[in-house]
Design a protein around this ligand. Structure first.
Ligand code: ADP
Length: 271
């Protein structure tokens, strides 16, 4: 016998505010304006330690701005950001970017073209990074750590002497990751890091990066407009639209039960 619609169980929709006990990153009611433009309109997000969250959403919806706030490159206008149980922005608190244990990899890697690969990675190894690695800052110590970081991202340590333009896009992104890993971040922010790569390289690089971050147990936030990427990479997906997170949940729930029509259309568009 057929069930009447009213007797069907109500669809389970992931709440717009994900709650995790003891979150590594805790964003509460964050707003950000640029001049008269309201770019973030009250964002709430919790990320568990060691978890991977993908933020997907159309261009201009505020994804990069949110990452920049988490990294400490911008101040929120209201709301607060907690990292590792400590308030780093909002409510009068402020911890500058260089004191946050946060790594950032941009879309184009943003390697310094005039420096060698080794120098690029060593740039991430500032004095605090060296101390945290138990190194004294001597040249040999730096060389060893650079080699170790290249191995971590599955590249030949001999590559340290090359320059960025001599490498493929995928290799450059792995080096950008090695540079970001040099300071032993607890939280890694990846802003469309694979989007400039062609399809085959994108999948291989994504797998390599996911493995490195998983093994190191680094909490990760990935901004992407690629739904397949979000699905394969993340244990939590957040849909950003018009400066708000419209839905947050595990990938399966978000994709099979979008919270509203706009989210369904956005996800459907790109699949
Ligand atoms: P997304 O990453 O989702 O594409 P962004 O966070 O880059 O979105 O941008 C959201 C909006 O904020 C855009 O309209 C952009 O022009 C604006 N914006 C971002 N950064 C600045 C800035 N520093 N000054 C002025 N406007 C900005």
């Amino acid at each position: 016998t057929e069930q009447s619609p009213s007797s069907l169980p109500a669809p389970r929709i992931a709440p717009a505010i994900a709650s995790t006990t003891d979150p590594h990153l805790d964003i509460t009611d964050v707003t950000k304006n640029f001049g008269a433009q309201s770019v973030l309109k009250g964002v709430n997000l919790s990320v568990a330690k060691g978890g991977t969250t993908a933020i997907v959403g159309p261009s201009g919806s505020g994804k990069t701005t949110l990452l920049r706030l988490i990294a400490g490159f911008e101040h929120p206008d209201a709301g607060s950001i907690g990292l590792n149980g400590r308030q780093v922005a909002g409510n009068g608190a402020w911890q500058p970017a260089h004191k946050r244990k946060v790594g950032y990899v941009a879309q184009d890697g943003a390697l310094f073209p005039h420096l060698t690969v080794g120098q690029n990675i060593a740039f991430g190894l500032d004095r605090s990074g060296l101390r945290e690695s138990g190194l004294d800052g001597g040249r040999n110590a730096v060389r060893r750590r650079v080699a170790e970081l290249l191995e971590m991202v599955s590249l030949d340590p001999a590559m340290a002497k090359r320059r960025p333009h001599q490498l493929s896009g995928g290799q450059q992104q792995r080096i950008a990751l090695a540079r970001a890993l040099a300071r032993k971040p607890e939280l890694m922010l990846l802003d469309e890091p694979f989007s400039a790569l062609d399809a085959g390289l994108r999948v291989a690089t994504r797998r390599a990066v996911a493995n490195v971050l998983n093994e190191a147990g680094v909490t990760t936030i990935l901004v992407t407009h690629d739904q397949a990427e979000a699905l394969s990479f993340a244990d939590q997906v957040a849909i950003m639209r018009g400066g708000k997170l419209a839905q947050i949940g595990n990938p399966f729930v978000v994709y099979t039960r979008p919270a509203d029509r706009a989210t369904a259309e956005f996800l459907g568009d790109a699949v």
